[in-house]
Design a protein around this ligand. Structure first.
Ligand SMILES: [Zn+2]
Length: 277
């Protein structure tokens, strides 16, 4: 049983500020603290996977600012294999294919425009106002479930703030979700005890893998329409240049995905969706 884990930082145990996830200086104490929380939450998840009988755990440092340098490698459980991009245009993740039994997300945040979602956003924080798939607002966990579904792989476990957990359970009732904190505002939260949270992550990811037969991959029929709205027209203009992209309004564009895996790829001169017939 191979488990593929995507990590983020905003929804980690112990994380309560923007700077712990995004400090510009690599050696900023807040950011180093954030990287330690990332590594410790990841270790709890990795341990739970092996408790449940995993033969291999593949782990992606999915927080953009980290540029794949987020894990503290001297502390990260060496049983996990680190993965990264297989290609960029279009985005394909390394090691996520038919060989994988289940996907888990650690440290996830809620989608953009979520009340009491701690640091909620969808891909570009403070820049994207709305992101819809076939008309329904979706966040990064929906995007990942859609991508994995192409290979028949279900999302089975998530840790994050209460709002991210509610989002996951609402979309996929089989998902086991462990809350790490309760959002009180955009950058305000009540943290839960980190030791207790990590014990729960380890136990619950193992339970999720034990119940794998009741999990279902997300496989909506293509084409899937993406509709993205930015906070300013300038951001939409670049995407609107690509063939196959429809300009809905000054700040809003839409396009269709033939291959759901293209959900992580923004139209550009390097990759563009097929125009609608
Ligand atoms: Zn992030």
């Amino acid at each position: 049983m191979i488990v593929w884990i995507c990590t983020d930082m905003e929804g980690l145990a112990g994380i309560s500020t923007w700077n712990q996830c995004y400090a510009a200086e690599d050696d900023h104490p807040d950011y180093l603290y954030g990287r330690r929380q990332l590594t410790e939450d990841a270790n709890a998840a990795i341990a739970g996977c092996f408790d449940a009988g995993a033969t291999e755990v593949r782990i992606l440092d999915g927080h953009g600012r980290n540029q794949n340098r987020g894990f503290m490698l001297d502390l990260l459980d060496p049983r996990a294999a680190r993965v990264w991009f297989r290609s960029l245009d279009p985005v394909r993740w390394e090691g996520l294919d038919e060989s994988v039994a289940a996907v888990a997300m650690i440290g996830q945040h809620a989608r953009v425009n979520t009340i009491r979602g701690f640091l909620d956003h969808t891909q570009a924080a403070k820049v994207i106002c709305s992101y819809r798939l076939n008309g329904a607002e979706q966040g990064e966990l929906g995007q990942m479930a859609l991508y994995a579904g192409v290979y028949g792989v279900p999302l089975v476990f998530l840790s994050g703030d209460e709002a991210a957990c509610a989002e996951a359970r609402g979309l996929f009732p089989h998902v086991r979700a462990v809350p790490t904190k309760r959002g009180l505002g955009w950058e305000a939260c009540e943290l839960y005890d980190t030791t207790a949270v990590r014990a729960s992550i380890r136990a619950e990811i193992a339970r999720a893998l034990g119940a794998l037969s009741s999990a279902r991959p997300w496989t909506p029929n293509p084409p899937i329409t993406v509709r993205a709205e930015w906070s300013w027209a300038g951001a939409a203009e670049g995407v609107a240049q690509a063939p196959g992209v429809r300009r809905i309004s000054a700040r809003t564009v839409a396009w269709d995905l033939e291959d759901p895996r293209d959900v992580f790829t923004w139209p550009s001169s390097r990759w563009s969706p097929k125009p609608r017939e």
